[in-house]
Design a protein around this ligand. Structure first.
Ligand code: SF4
Length: 67
């Protein structure tokens, strides 16, 4: 399983939220956070990742909890 991650360093520019509202929204601090783990191959998500001026968005392998 993969997931979208917004690492520390987001400056709240809004690019990802504007380009790909399916995957990103602002939190109460005005910073982006991922809201979906579906459709990770979408062009909008690729564009959002490329458009982030600080490069903090990544698609990463999700650690499965060993329960
Ligand atoms: S594009 Fe990058 S800096 Fe801008 S809101 Fe999204 S994660 Fe934050």
């Amino acid at each position: 399983m993969k997931q979208v991650v917004v690492h520390d360093g987001c400056i709240g520019c809004g690019a990802c939220v504007g380009i790909d509202p399916e995957h990103f929204d602002f939190n109460e601090d005005g910073l982006s956070h991922p809201i979906s783990e579906e459709n990770l191959e979408s062009d909008a998500l690729k564009s959002a990742i490329e458009s982030c001026p600080v490069g903090v968005i990544q698609i990463e392998e999700k650690e499965e909890s060993a329960e």
